[in-house]
Ligand binder design. Structure first.
Ligand SMILES: Nc1ncnc2c1ncn2[C@@H]1O[C@H](COP(=O)(O)OP(=O)(O)O)[C@@H](O)[C@H]1O
Ligand SMILES: [Mg+2]
Length: 220
């Protein structure tokens, strides 16, 4: 573990053609912090999160993850870093519909080369943690929205990430399921996980330790 902040962004910009969705965003996230990025629809939240998750590259600016400049890494190294260091939770879950809960959770471990018996055991443990032990063999269509998102979180934790990113993780959920997901994120934070989520919901933002406000591609 280095002394650098886990996340350090400096003057991040992202343009789509002539439209600048991020217009110079700078912030740091220390290890163990639970940060919410809040702002209205279209302000650049998903654009920012995709960059932090190494799913996209900024047009300019610096993103250092654990001290390493992401911009200077090649695609293979970025893929490896994403798999080993980052867990990503999506608003619409992004589970593979033909795979069971267990197989969805085990998949990132398969990509990381974890042997079958070990990844099965660990996927079972993770599903147990999110309260889905008895639904390990079900496919996403046989689960409620809240259950799907809990599978999504279990999958995001599969390779023991240093950083958990979540893009509107409760955006598709009823209030009861949303509260369950938030309380589990708080438990993970209590165990030391670094979490950054984006949301336009003040109730979700209130679960975080710190709120960054994004407006028109700029932090307030
Ligand atoms: N692939 C894209 N091509 C063109 N414009 C995009 C693309 N993705 C996002 N945008 C635009 O960038 C702005 C920020 O989008 P986004 O980051 O998705 O906002 P948020 O997640 O806060 O709702 C919006 O105006 C959106 O239309
Ligand atoms: Mg978005």
């Amino acid at each position: 573990m280095s002394a650098a902040p886990l996340v350090a962004c400096e003057d991040l910009r992202r343009s789509y053609g002539s439209y600048e969705a991020l217009r110079g965003v700078s912030f740091e996230v220390a290890r163990g912090e639970f940060t919410a990025v809040m702002g209205p629809s279209g302000c650049g939240k998903s654009t920012l999160l995709a960059i932090l998750g190494l799913l996209d590259r900024p047009s300019s600016g610096s993103y250092r993850l654990d001290g390493a400049e992401a911009g200077s890494l090649g695609d293979a190294e970025r893929t490896r870093l994403r798999r080993e260091r980052i867990g990503f939770v999506f608003q619409a879950y992004n589970l593979l519909p033909r795979l069971s809960s267990l197989e969805n959770v085990a998949l990132p471990m398969a990509y990381a080369g974890v042997p079958l018996d070990e990844r099965t055991r660990r996927a079972e443990e993770l599903l147990d943690r999110v309260g889905l032990k008895t639904k390990a063999r079900r496919t996403p269509l046989e689960l409620s929205g809240g259950e799907r998102q809990r599978v999504g979180i279990a999958r995001a934790l599969a390779n023991r990430p240093a950083l958990l990113l979540a893009d509107e993780p409760t955006g598709n959920l009823d209030s009861h399921s949303a509260a369950e997901v938030l309380s589990f994120l708080k438990v993970l934070h209590g165990e030391g996980l670094t979490i950054l989520l984006v949301t336009h919901d003040p109730g979700v933002g209130a679960a975080a330790q710190r709120v960054l406000r994004l407006k028109d591609g700029l932090l307030a």
